[in-house]
Design a protein around this ligand. Structure first.
Ligand code: SF4
Length: 220
């Protein structure tokens, strides 16, 4: 059920309002998931099917955060189940990481898209979308308390480290962030799917797996 969002206003534009999402102060992941289902803190809920919250065990030592759910995630209500998610599964397995033991989520919990014919084309979330949704990510981090946080792509990297952050420059390093003592940034798996040719796809995939191995070593 949706309820009218109330809270600190971040921005207003063209009749739309962005507010800080009303994440409850609780240690229950289940309660946070239920609260997020009815979130209307920014306009993205209006054109998406459902909130796609993070998934994984509360005891996870590693949390991976991407940008936002894609077309298939929006329909399934689960993060990383589309083509990029399948590639992530493969890379995690190759790096020696069990997907069932990690927590996966996104910086923004609703799918932002624009129509192109019958297709729904991904649109990058704006800084106010990210700011509105941030309390949900903060709640996940507060409850799961991962040893290692992995930022997948520039949106996740900038959500954690600020707008100046460049994944291409900082990837594959273990860094301290406000959210975790050990934070590793790498590319988003969807970028591998957009590689222009087979050779660069193979090369970028290998680098991605290397970054995940660095994150795994950091959990030890
Ligand atoms: S994107 Fe985040 S803040 Fe915006 S409505 Fe969805 S859950 Fe709420």
């Amino acid at each position: 059920m949706r309820s009218e969002a109330r809270g600190e206003i971040i921005a207003k534009s063209g009749g739309d309002i962005w507010m800080r999402a009303p994440a409850p102060e609780t240690t229950s992941l289940r309660q946070v998931v239920i609260a997020a289902k009815g979130c209307t803190a920014c306009p993205l809920y209006k054109h998406a099917t459902q909130t796609v919250f993070g998934e994984g065990p509360k005891s996870a030592r590693m949390m991976l955060v991407g940008e936002q759910p894609g077309d298939q995630e929006d329909v399934a209500g689960k993060p990383f189940v589309g083509p990029a998610g399948k590639l992530l599964d493969r890379a995690l397995a190759e790096a020696g990481i069990n997907r069932d033991e990690v927590y996966v989520t996104n910086a923004v919990k609703h799918f932002k898209w624009e129509p192109r014919g019958k297709r729904r084309i991904h649109q990058k979330p704006s800084s106010r979308d990210i700011a509105a949704c941030r309390p949900w990510l903060e709640a996940e981090l507060r409850i799961v308390q991962p040893d290692v946080l992995v930022c997948l792509g520039s949106t996740a990297g900038q959500t954690v480290f600020g707008p100046q952050f460049r994944v291409t420059k900082e990837r594959g390093r273990v860094m301290r962030s406000e959210f975790a003592d050990k934070t590793v940034a790498t590319v988003h798996p969807s970028s591998l799917l957009r590689a222009p040719d087979e050779e660069s796809r193979r090369r970028e995939y290998a680098k991605f797996v290397d970054d995940l191995r660095i994150a795994l070593r950091a959990t030890r």
